[in-house]
Design a protein around this ligand. Structure first.
Ligand code: PXP
Length: 245
């Protein structure tokens, strides 16, 4: 059954709306951990639009659970990861104009750089996951370059509006999981997952981590971070227990 990493970027988004010091994403992380989250995920973007360098440093000092740093392969960010040493990095593509990470990482095109970043992270004892769409070539290159895991992009599933389209995306995720598992990769999933659409993905066997952000932070505004995290964990556990339904 997959465990939950809560992506707390949008706690920092609220802080940055006023360029002040509240709410502190570090406080939010503690609440997620108290609710039983497996890990905390943050994306240190090059434009620092939400999470900043201090957040990553203080999170590393504060949270006992897994710290998963989402990041591009831009050199200044790679250096920060080497210095701070999160437990895991998830490599993502990054465009300045996007609202959120749009596509998966093109591992095939950036093969040389990916191999180098993987080597540097491993030297620091950091696990590497590549955020990719469930395509055979991307999975193959992730494995060949030494990644430990892949995060399957669930955005297509989340955006699908017809039963047929939803089924197609779920089939692709399962096929991606099989290809990745066959190459010895650990399989994560994330992007666009919500309280409403998590069930079908939570029923997929063989996924080990979910990274979920916007939906949990949105609910947390109304019910609190600890309750919102707890509710998502309970949903994942309930659906995984009823995988045959
Ligand atoms: N996984 C990755 C690689 C992401 O880039 C994001 C968005 O930061 C997420 C998961 C979480 O997506 P959401 O906020 O839609 O839950």
């Amino acid at each position: 059954m997959a465990v939950l990493n809560v992506n707390i970027d949008h706690v920092a988004t609220i802080r940055q709306a006023r360029r002040t010091d509240e709410p502190d994403p570090v406080w939010a992380a503690v609440e997620c951990e108290l609710a039983g989250a497996n890990g905390i995920t943050v994306h240190l973007r090059q434009d620092r639009r939400h999470i900043n360098d201090r957040d990553v440093r203080v999170l590393k000092e504060s949270v006992a659970c897994k710290l998963n740093l989402e990041m591009s392969m831009a050199e200044p960010i790679v250096k920060i990861a080497e210095q701070i040493g999160p437990n895991q990095v998830t490599l993502v593509p990054e465009k300045r104009e996007e609202l959120t990470t749009e596509g998966g990482l093109d591992c095939a095109t950036h093969q040389r750089r990916l191999r180098e970043v993987v080597r540097r992270m491993h030297r620091k004892g950091i696990l590497v996951s590549a955020f990719i769409t469930p395509e055979e070539e991307q999975i193959a290159v992730s494995a060949e370059t030494g990644c430990d895991a892949i995060e399957l992009h669930t955005g297509g599933y989340a955006n699908a509006r017809t039963d047929r389209a939803i089924e197609k995306h779920l089939d692709e995720l399962e096929a991606g999981r099989d290809l990745a598992a066959g190459r010895g990769l650990v399989v994560h999933a994330g992007h666009g997952l919500t309280y409403r659409n998590i069930a079908a993905v939570a029923r997929i066997e063989g996924l080990s981590e979910f990274n979920i952000g916007h939906s949990i932070v949105s609910r947390a505004v109304l019910v609190g971070m600890r309750a919102a995290t707890r509710q998502m964990i309970e949903l994942i556990e309930k659906c995984a227990d009823h995988a045959d339904l």
